[in-house]
Design a protein around this ligand. Structure first.
Ligand SMILES: [Zn+2]
Length: 318
């Protein structure tokens, strides 16, 4: 049994390969520009070179690498390593897994990037030690990965786990998935920024203007900062947003009853200011009353390394 695996976090701007040991710790990693647009075959060569380089730089023979795992945007068939349409890269029907196996001469697993990052958090991060976990990332949208009994829930078409596109307000805000009222339109970090801007427009003298400077510099931290400084309008914005976060998390609990839910994304840096109200909402709204046991709700811990570690552990996700 080899001691190492390699995990790749492939993004539209950068790609990172990490050499990972048997304890799911990153021994060394390399980040390079993805350099899009480029032909798929060219990117595959670059990925193969990245894998060989990260092994070599850490004085590990590539023969001691048991497999390579990749987390990529797009719809991924985990069984075949085939990537359907990928909006970031503009590739259709990308035969990534088999092509990279031919270049490297080892097994290559390919998974959707959100699932790979969730699996990293499950195996070595905030959900370590549990068997049933849901990882929620509050960012531009809401990403989620569902791990049940130690396996990634992939579902038919490998498209399960899109909690961000479950509707919480029927007929509500239009989402870019085509539905109205999706959870991510109300509870993502972007939604908080949008709500903050709308509130600021109604209050030209509000403290949030001083914090952000102008509307273009509003982010998910703006309202939290103003709330911490005692601003009532900011508290109203944050409280409303937290209720939407809590509503979706309660749906997650009622659907999956995971032992733990980890919340990630930059806004999770708010820590207990975010987590405590979400916990309170979930305890009020979920059906654990008979046992009194409520799933743990905590922050993700691996941050940018989750994707690499999760990809490097994909053989365990089946
Ligand atoms: Zn949607």
């Amino acid at each position: 049994m080899s001691k190492y695996t390699i995990g790749i976090d492939l993004g539209g701007t950068t790609m990172t390969a990490g050499l990972v040991d048997a304890n799911y710790e990153i021994v060394g990693k390399i980040t390079r520009a993805t350099q899009l647009p480029r032909p798929a075959a060219d990117l595959e060569q670059a990925l193969a070179d990245l894998c060989r380089s990260v092994a070599k730089e850490n004085n590990v023979s590539f023969e001691d690498v048991s497999y390579v795992g990749i987390g990529t945007p797009g719809s991924v068939n985990f069984t075949t390593g085939f990537v359907g349409y990928n909006t970031n890269f503009n590739y259709y029907d990308w035969n990534l897994g088999p092509d990279l196996e031919a270049l490297l001469g080892c097994k290559v697993y390919v998974e959707n990037d959100a699932n790979a990052a969730a699996f990293g958090e499950y195996i070595a991060g905030g959900a370590k030690g549990y068997r049933n976990a849901v990882i929620i990332t509050l960012g531009t949208g809401i990403g989620s990965g569902i791990i049940l009994d130690g396996k990634i829930l992939r579902g038919f078409n490998f498209a399960a786990g899109e909690m961000g596109h479950t509707v919480i307000v029927k007929g509500g805000r239009l989402c870019n998935c085509g539905r109205r009222g999706c959870w991510e339109r109300y509870a993502s970090a972007r939604a908080l920024s949008e709500d903050t801007r709308e509130a600021m427009k109604t209050a030209p003298d509000n403290m949030m203007w001083k914090i952000a400077g102008d509307l273009d510099h509003v982010n998910a931290k703006t309202a939290f900062d103003a709330m911490a400084a005692g601003d009532a309008l900011a508290k109203q914005v944050v409280d409303t947003w937290l209720e939407y976060v809590g509503c979706g998390v309660a749906n997650v609990v009622n659907t999956f009853q995971p032992e733990v839910i980890c919340i990630g994304g930059g806004v999770s840096n708010q820590g207990e200011v975010l987590l405590a109200p979400v916990r309170a909402y979930v305890e009020k709204e979920t059906h654990n009353i008979t046992t009194g046991r409520v799933p743990e709700i905590r922050a993700c811990v691996l941050r940018n390394d989750a994707g690499v570690i999760g990809a490097a552990a994909l053989a365990s996700s089946i």
